[in-house]
Structures are given as structure tokens and as C-alpha cells.
Design a protein around this ligand. Structure first.
Ligand SMILES: [Zn+2]
Length: 279
């Protein structure tokens, strides 16, 4: 049987926000059993909170946005992926801006932060959502499905027209060791022409070669960590987005999926009332 966990002590990390380009500080605080992951906007009066659950997703265009009342956070998926894969059930994340630090564009700095805090076991069993019937969300040639499976596995096919990217496939059983080694270091991909357009709109002001794998029309400007870094990062995003449904037992199969479809699947899983089992 597996017990719920929280972080062993409060730990703090400061870095720049991808869109604002300004310093942001997050503190991971221990939280009681059955809290889940909650964000507290400590820069706002009364520190309003929003829970990391699929019902609070209000946008998923470029990044996943969570919102309740005055509490809003976005680009939370890389932090949520680290919590989910490192098996942190309960944490109160104090954040003094609308988005967590971009760090290096991957989940690795958040994994290191969680390791620094350590994990504390709690006197309640972890709740798993066991997928009993297949659930699918699709849009044109993109889809994401989850099938019954005794474990948590993700099989993802990415298709990108860039000559250096093309078709990439990844298939991983998700547990902490595999996540740290194979998935957490994979960074966000960006394209020069997109970055310029975003900066013109006042977005991605913190974006740089230090926090994304950047491609121009023909080449990659950043040394890669993995030849197939793109599909590994897509899997990282799926882990973070599906964590909004809870701790899942199932096999995810996806083609060209992104935040919109991922979070739609998380909502569908919750609405379909799959069996919740303890431990
Ligand atoms: Zn991402």
C-alpha cells in the first residue's frame, strides 16, 4: 500500500517567468493529507488559492492556466509533472507572480527542488484513479486516449514539419527513476519566427537559449540533451496536464496532442467517474 506524501520541509526557488521576464519566487510548503497541489498567490491581498484540478483550467493555448476567482496561475505543467512523477500528493505552492519560473524549460530544476525538500509520508493512503473504460479526445488529426492498464504508461507520437524534427515516438512507463533520467530533462521547443512574434506581443519576454531548445528554419541553435527531446517534452507535458485529473492508473496513447487536448482528457476522466482506489 502507498501512503500519501508531502514535501519534508519548505524549499524556495527563484527564477524568471517565461512571459513576464521578471523574477518569480516559489516556495513549496508541506500540506495536510487530501490537500492535493494548491497554488497561493502571495503577491495578492489575502493570498487567494487555486487548486491544481482539471475543473479549474480556464485556458490551454500555449500553456495550462488554472483560475479560481482572483487566483490565477499559468505555465504550471512542468512543475505539476515533477510533483506527479515524484509522487508528491500534497503541497501548498506559494508563488509571487502569475507564472512559476521557467527555469531551464524542463522539469529537472523542480525535481531537484523536491529532492532538496525530501518527501514525508502521511497517515493516509494515496488515492488512485483506475481507468476502467477507454476515454478519448480528438481534434482533426490529433488525439489523446487513456486505456485500462495496471501502471501508468505514456506512448506518444509527435509529428512536426521541421526538417530536423519529423516524426518522433516515445513509450515510457512513468515512475520516479525513469522520469528523472528520461523525461524531466527534456526542454520546451521554440521556433525563432514564433519567438519574435510572441515578443512583439509582449509575451515570452523571458524566453532565451537558456530555457528552450530553439530552432530556426533549418537548424537547431541549442545543443540537444536527447536526439528526440521534442517527444520526451511532449510526454512531460502530458504528465503535468493529466495530473489535473489525479493519480492515474492507465495507458495513455497520443498523437500530436497538446495542452488543449491533454486538459480536455483530464476533465473527461474526472467527469466519467472512473473508480477511485486507495493505496
Ligand atoms: Zn511544456
Amino acid at each position: 500500500m502507498q501512503h500519501q506524501t508531502t514535501v519534508g520541509r519548505a524549499v524556495t526557488y527563484t527564477g524568471i517567468g517565461l512571459h513576464s521576464g521578471r523574477d518569480v519566487t516559489i516556495t513549496l510548503n508541506p500540506a495536510p493529507i487530501d490537500t492535493g497541489i494548491i497554488f497561493a498567490r502571495v503577491d495578492l491581498p489575502g493570498a487567494p488559492q487555486v487548486a491544481a484540478t482539471a475543473g479549474n483550467v480556464t485556458a490551454a493555448m500555449r500553456a495550462t492556466t488554472l483560475e479560481t476567482g482572483l487566483a490565477k496561475v499559468f505555465t504550471v505543467e512542468h512543475l505539476l509533472a515533477a510533483f506527479a512523477a515524484m509522487q508528491v500528493d500534497n503541497c501548498r505552492v506559494a508563488i509571487d507572480s502569475v507564472e512559476p519560473p521557467v527555469a531551464d524549460g524542463s522539469s529537472l530544476p523542480f525535481v531537484e527542488l523536491i529532492r532538496q525538500a525530501g518527501l514525508a509520508s502521511q497517515p493516509a493512503l494515496r488515492k488512485f484513479i483506475r481507468v476502467n473504460t477507454a476515454q478519448l479526445v480528438r481534434h482533426e488529426d490529433r488525439f489523446i486516449a487513456i486505456l485500462p492498464y495496471d501502471g501508468f504508461r505514456i506512448s506518444f507520437t509527435s509529428v512536426n514539419p521541421h526538417p530536423l524534427l519529423g516524426v518522433q515516438f516515445g513509450d515510457y512507463e512513468i515512475h520516479p527513476d525513469a522520469f528523472i533520467r528520461d523525461i524531466a530533462p527534456a526542454r520546451t521547443i521554440g521556433f525563432m519566427h514564433e519567438v519574435e512574434a510572441l515578443k512583439a506581443q509582449g509575451l515570452a519576454l523571458g524566453g532565451s537559449l537558456e530555457n528552450a531548445v530553439v530552432y530556426d528554419d533549418k537548424t537547431v541553435l541549442t545543443p540537444l540533451r536527447f536526439a528526440d527531446e521534442l517527444v520526451r517534452h511532449k510526454i512531460l507535458d502530458v504528465i503535468g496536464d493529466l495530473a489535473l485529473a489525479g493519480c492515474l492508473r492507465g495507458h495513455v496513447v497520443a498523437v500530436k496532442s497538446g495542452h488543449a487536448l491533454n486538459t480536455a482528457l483530464a476533465q473527461k476522466i474526472l467527469a466519467s467517474q472512473q473508480a477511485t482506489v486507495n493505496g
